[in-house]
Design a protein around this ligand. Sequence first.
Ligand code: SAH
Length: 461
Amino acid sequence: MLKKNDILEVSVEADSGNGSGICRVDGMAVFISGTTRFDRVKIKIVNVKSSYAVAELLEIIEPSDFREDGFCVSSDVCGGCDFAHIKYDRQLEIKKEHVLSCLERIGKLEKDDFECFDTCGMQTPYRYRNKMVFPLGYDKNKRITGGFYKRGTHDIAELKSCTQGPKEASIFLNAVVQYMKENNVSCYDEKSHKGLIRRVFVRFGFESKEAMVVISANGKKLPKAEKLIEKLVLLNETRFVIKSIILNINEQKNNLVLGDKNITLYGEDYIHDTLCGVNYKISPNSFFQINPVQTEVLYNKAIEFAELKGNETVIDLYCGIGTISLMAAKYAKSVIGVEIVEQAIEDAKNNSRINGIENTEFIAGSAETIASQLAENGKKADVIFIDPPRKGSDEITLDCIARMSPEKIVYISCNPATLARDLAYLKSKGYMTKKVQPVDMFPNTSHVETVVLIQHDTEIS
Ligand code: SAH
């Protein structure tokens, strides 16, 4: 029987889909993060449950051919990239395997009943993030440091470089840290709820080349703010122009990335960017897709699956700021977007207006309530897009979708497990999964997005 603190030498047999390798010991699955299939490793058991165990990697005795170390200088301490040790091609295969395994295990779908394509990956799977958030704190020598949380803790480690975002992100962070040191500005301390600056949040417009720096603070005023502005605006060696510097106020004892109130210290209170041919104004608190290159791949695939001809009535549930609605509007007769966050609906309407798009309507409310009202009023749709959060959709919403008898449903999911559950439910309503396309929005992490085409039995010849 396995026991905590046992030290073993094992061969990793499979990949779990969440960045851990799996081996079997005495018939029990053991999950080891930081390993991949065919690694030969020395491990220490840290937790034994009734049906599985968790181990810590002590040493790689013989690396697998799928392994690639050295991608990131901080990957041994940072919890950010749980696939950082796996070659990129293999990461894409694991994501596809994970999606298929969820559809079969959870959704009870038969592999032969639908087509599953290879994961769409990135040509350059680095520096793809347009938003970076860096916590600030003191290191053990009481010096201000900014970077990332050490894996599984709230201890802050210094950022040497992070290959997920533009290199300017760390240049801006360092400028803020330098300003704080030179002007005796304190860092916030989570435990005592004292100190001023909590985080540095940086946003980039990859197309517009505009940047926004947000200082999240436990206070309403930044001492000698002009010194910070000067430092940031005069930075050279950056490809981005700083268009906006914002003080974000969060005086609560919470761990939210940003509070609700913003004071503009310099420039505008937003930056611009373009996504899928549509222009957006992005404020500090707005939701905006993090990997714009792959968002285009994802949503183009969704539009391709929908095969719009120009005369369709389209509904976009969980529409956020309306990215899919605004794309679909170009190819359809009319689009109704539904979203629970009122501010996002305001942004969606505004985005529609600034892009001169006139065949959209946006409704604030929960998908279940609005879909129920639409179905109750006898609304019919030709295509329904759904793009729910990680917990997936729900039976009320899915029932109403079926009652609006669309020819096609295009489901965009960021969680294969809840996707599989919802596809099983739609199958019980006669809506069959036809095409499945995994898309890699977050290279070097275990996250995977999936676009699925679902059609009614009677629509399929
Ligand atoms: N397609 C969107 C992003 C979808 S992310 C875009 O391109 O911007 C999922 C969205 O679902 C989020 O905007 C979230 O606010 C919204 N949401 C969460 N629960 C909801 C619910 N019950 N009803 C409607 N929208 C919901």
